[in-house]
Every structure is written in structure tokens, then in C-alpha cells.
Design a protein around this ligand. Structure first.
Ligand SMILES: *[C@@H]1O[C@H](CO)[C@@H](O)[C@H](O)[C@H]1NC(C)=O
Ligand SMILES: *[C@@H]1O[C@H](CO)[C@@H](O)[C@H](O)[C@H]1NC(C)=O
Ligand SMILES: *[C@@H]1O[C@H](CO)[C@@H](O)[C@H](O)[C@H]1NC(C)=O
Ligand SMILES: *[C@@H]1O[C@H](CO)[C@@H](O)[C@H](O)[C@H]1NC(C)=O
Ligand SMILES: *[C@@H]1O[C@H](CO)[C@@H](O)[C@H](O)[C@H]1NC(C)=O
Ligand SMILES: *[C@@H]1O[C@H](CO)[C@@H](O)[C@H](O)[C@H]1NC(C)=O
Length: 272
């Protein structure tokens, strides 16, 4: 039951931009979905969200993989705009609360950065440069998660709670778009080969070489022979940890060519 409820909630959150829908309309779930979309969504981590968000947007029939990816990106971008206005409302209504003001200011900045990266994904990435597109979209997702991490500590109003839920849904949509870009980068237009995403968080480290040689191979865990130099964690008090990625990056030595400086970001910071 709980999972059905949270799915309805997510569906509602992710679709409220483009359509008027709610959980009491089971027909929304049953509407026939284009097979191209279902196939492309197999590349994503949140497949149900992927299919439902795409089925309800104005996606033309017989879309090519690139068109499907563009739709996924624009759905994520549309949701992000709502997140940005919600975060501004938090800022406007938090004048008496220094901590919440600080978190909201950080969010205004990080979500703006996130929006900029999403724009770059289409302008400077797809269709020609899929590696760039991946980098921009990953950065967009990271910025959304940084904002979520900030709000977690000041979640004492219902507006903050609502913003977090909405932003969490946006992050799922962003993650989905990113996963499709990765599959497109690795497998191209052959969506039948697109499979569930494997990220660094799963221990996926892409191997150089052609798809035929290596495939999208899963190799478990943090590479065993890497030694962590510094760690980043939410609370920062876990032995030698830094609270922000920037602080950790600042500790990296200059001019040490050839040495790998390993910054390990703890899971609860990334969230996905
Ligand atoms: C603000 O955060 C600090 C720790 O970062 C905490 O000690 C303080 O109690 C918080 N203030 C409020 C009003 O929550
Ligand atoms: C937080 O938001 C979620 C989703 O909007 C809602 O289901 C939940 O009841 C809210 N919790 C509080 C304490 O407001
Ligand atoms: C925010 O806080 C409320 C009340 O403590 C809690 O029920 C809710 O789960 C929190 N929301 C998020 C998104 O963590
Ligand atoms: C965030 O979204 C994920 C996937 O959509 C979901 O499983 C999770 O319960 C959500 N978390 C919160 C706090 O809403
Ligand atoms: C995928 O197909 C489109 C035409 O629909 C083409 O422009 C593009 O180059 C193809 N992508 C790859 C990676 O082959
Ligand atoms: C770690 O292992 C990989 C192969 O598994 C190897 O290429 C690399 O040189 C090793 N790095 C160190 C620092 O030993």
C-alpha cells in the first residue's frame, strides 16, 4: 500500500506541470503507451515514473531515441522551474530563520546552476557530443541533490517538506534523462540494447573500448586498489570528512601530475 501511495504521489508531482491529474484517475496509468517510450525507459532507474511522465507529455508518435531523450530533458527542466520558484518562496518566508535562509540561498544558487547545466546538455551536448551531454546532465543532478541535502536540515515547515518532495521527484526525472543519455552514448539508436543504469554509485566504472569489446559491464564496488585521500559526508564529522565537495577539492595538492587524488563522496550525500 505504502508503495502504491508513494507512486501516486510521485506521479502527481511529476505531472502537475503538464497535466491536471491525480491518483483517483486510474485511467492515467492504463493509457496505452508508445512502445518506443517503454523501451527507452528500460534504461532508467525509475521506469514507472519515466513511462508515466513521457506518456502524459505531448510526445509525438514514433519518436526517435534522440527525440525521446529531448522530451525527458524538457520534462526535467519544466519541473526544475517549479522547484526554483518553491525555493524562492522558502527564502521569502524565512526572514526570521537564519538557517533556513542560508539553506534557501544555497538552493537558489545550486538550482540555477542545475538549470544552466540542463541547458548546456542540449546546446553543447546532444546530439553530437554525448560525452558532454552526460557530464552536463550529471552535474545538473548533483546540484539538485546538493539542494535536497541543504533542505533536509531545515525541514520544519510544510513548504520545505513540499519542496523537498517535489525536488526529489525532479531528481528522479533528471536521473532518468541522464540514464537514457548514457545508454544512447554507449549503445546508440539501438534501444533494444538499452538496459538499467549503472552508475559510479553502483560501482560502475566505464571501461574504455568499443561496446562490442566491453559492453556496459558492471564491476562491483569502489576500485579495490584506490586509497581515499579525503571524504565528503553530510554532517562532516565522520573522521576527516568535509561537508562540501568544494572543500574537499580545495585540499587536493597542486602540481602533482600522475598521482590520482581520490575524493570519496559518502552515499547519503549523493542519495542516488
Ligand atoms: C541553526 O543551525 C545551528 C547549527 O548549524 C544550530 O546550532 C542552531 O540551533 C540552528 N538554529 C535554529 C533556529 O534552528
Ligand atoms: C510532507 O510532504 C509529503 C508529500 O507532499 C506529505 O505526504 C507529508 O504528509 C508531509 N509531511 C508533513 C509533516 O507535512
Ligand atoms: C520533513 O519533516 C517532516 C516532519 O518532521 C517529515 O514527516 C517529512 O518526512 C520530512 N520531509 C522530507 C522530505 O524529508
Ligand atoms: C524520492 O524519490 C524516490 C524515487 O522516485 C523515492 O523512491 C523516494 O521515496 C523519494 N524520497 C522522498 C523522501 O520523497
Ligand atoms: C541516431 O539516429 C539519428 C537519426 O534519427 C542520427 O542522426 C544519429 O546520428 C544516430 N545516432 C547514432 C549514435 O548513430
Ligand atoms: C589499480 O588496478 C588497475 C587494474 O585493476 C591498474 O590498472 C592500476 O594501475 C592500479 N592502480 C594502482 C594505484 O595500483
Amino acid at each position: 500500500m505504502a508503495s502504491i501511495l508513494s507512486f501516486c504521489l510521485l506521479l502527481f508531482l511529476s505531472l502537475s506541470i503538464t497535466t491536471e491529474t491525480n491518483c483517483e484517475q486510474p485511467t492515467e496509468h492504463k493509457r496505452a503507451t508508445q512502445p518506443e517510450i517503454v523501451q527507452a525507459c528500460k534504461a532508467t532507474r525509475f521506469q514507472d515514473t519515466c513511462v508515466s511522465s513521457m506518456s502524459n507529455s505531448n510526445v509525438p508518435k514514433n519518436e526517435t531515441p534522440l527525440q525521446i531523450i529531448r522530451s525527458a530533458i524538457s520534462i526535467s527542466e519544466a519541473n526544475l522551474k517549479t522547484d526554483q520558484s518553491m525555493v524562492k518562496s522558502i527564502l521569502d518566508t524565512s526572514k526570521d530563520n537564519a538557517n533556513r535562509t542560508r539553506a534557501a540561498k544555497t538552493c537558489v544558487e545550486t538550482l540555477e546552476n542545475s538549470q544552466y547545466r540542463i541547458t548546456r546538455t542540449t546546446e553543447d551536448g546532444l546530439p553530437g557530443n554525448t560525452k558532454n551531454a552526460r557530464a552536463w546532465m550529471s552535474a545538473a543532478l548533483l546540484y539538485q541533490n546538493v539542494c535536497l541535502g541543504q533542505l533536509k536540515y531545515v525541514n520544519d515547515t510544510s513548504l520545505t517538506n513540499q519542496t523537498m518532495s517535489f525536488l526529489n521527484a525532479t531528481a528522479s526525472l533528471t536521473s532518468n534523462a541522464l540514464s537514457m543519455i548514457v545508454s544512447y552514448d554507449v549503445f546508440g539508436n539501438d534501444t533494444k540494447s538499452w538496459g538499467p543504469p549503472q552508475t559510479e554509485r553502483d560501482g560502475f566504472w566505464e571501461i574504455s573500448g568499443t561496446v562490442e569489446e566491453v559492453g556496459l559491464r558492471y564491476r562491483g564496488g569502489f576500485p579495490p586498489n584506490l586509497t581515499t585521500d579525503v571524504m565528503v559526508s553530510m554532517d562532516g564529522n565522520d573522521g576527516g570528512c568535509y561537508k562540501t565537495v568544494q572543500e574537499a577539492v580545495n585540499t587536493a595538492p597542486d602540481n602533482e601530475w600522475g598521482r590520482r587524488y581520490v575524493i570519496r563522496i559518502k552515499e547519503e550525500f549523493m542519495r542516488r
